[in-house]
Ligand binder design. Structure first.
Ligand code: NDP
Length: 249
């Protein structure tokens, strides 16, 4: 895609902070009008909008819990009402509990919420995008490199991301004829609250040094991978999962 006339529109779910906020800002810099979705942190989402506007970009914030189908429909409605169309969906919203017990000690509430947000939330937005994205559009889903690492404690979270990868690869084929690509980005450990919360400094350092590039990813590293898949250089990449993790796995 090449938004040279500055008329193309991207929805980024979960863009009030972390990777989503960096993706929203990067896509705005690349010329997209951006819908900054959030669940609860209105002030942070509005801060992302203000930062984009301060750089001369266009953005709005829209509250919607992605696990609710009606809320996701409204999210797309509000994007169209504000900017007239939707070209790009970045399905970034996701959760990971700060405590990561083994599967045997995982409670039902944790399992259900992880699947509601990470899987059903991604599904809700994918279903809407299939109906409403313009030809030439792009969809980017969010997986995780922990699928490759198979770290103890991550069984249920990684399972949600395996489901996302499977939907990615199949939906790319189902959209045959629409000229819309569907890919996933699978970050490794990235310095956001989702990764840092609940970990000791030693655990953070160990995971940071595990990649041959010997650091954590930044939200901007991941936004660059998304921008590649969304932009003209990504046009021939379809139905793939791109692991962006400094060589960790
Ligand atoms: P953060 O916790 O920093 O940010 C999560 C974002 O998702 C927030 O904007 C939050 O909104 C939003 N969100 C959470 N639940 C919902 C919901 N039900 N509906 C709408 N929005 C919601 O996470 P990261 O930036 O680290 O993660 C982004 C994605 O990257 C996730 O899918 C995650 O699984 C994935 N990932 C992250 C890695 C990492 O190391 N950080 C590694 C691999 C994958 P609000 O603030 O309003 O609650």
């Amino acid at each position: 895609m090449n938004p040279s006339n500055n008329s193309q529109v991207a929805i980024v779910t979960g863009a009030s902070r972390g990777i989503g906020a960096a993706v929203a800002q990067r896509l705005a810099t690349d010329g997209y009008a951006v819908v900054v979705n959030y669940a609860g942190r209105a002030e942070e989402a509005n801060g992302v909008v203000k930062a984009i506007e301060a750089q001369g970009g266009r953005a709005i914030s829209v509250q919607a819990d992605v696990s609710e189908p009606a809320a996701v429909r409204t999210l797309f409605d509000e994007a169209v009402a504000a900017f007239g169309r939707v070209d790009v969906l970045v399905n970034n919203a996701g959760i990971m509990p700060p405590a990561l017990p083994h599967l045997a000690a995982t409670d039902d509430t944790t399992f259900d919420r992880l699947f509601a947000v990470n899987v059903k939330g991604t599904f809700n937005a994918l279903r809407e995008a299939a109906q409403r994205l313009e030809a030439g559009g792009r969809i980017i889903n969010f997986s995780s490199s922990v699928i490759g690492l198979a770290l103890p404690g991550y069984a249920v979270y990684a399972a949600t991301k395996s489901a996302v990868e499977t939907m990615t690869h199949i939906m790319a084929k189902e959209l045959r004829g629409k000229n819309i690509t569907v890919n996933a980005v699978a970050p490794g450990p990235t310095a956001t609250a989702l990764f840092l919360d609940g970990k000791t400094p030693e655990a953070i350092e160990r995971l940071a040094m595990a990649a041959p590039l010997e650091r954590l990813g930044t939200p901007e590293d991941i936004a660059s991978a998304v921008a590649l898949l969304v932009g003209p250089s990504g046009a021939w990449i379809n139905g793939q999962t791109l692991r962006a993790n400094g060589g960790l796995v």
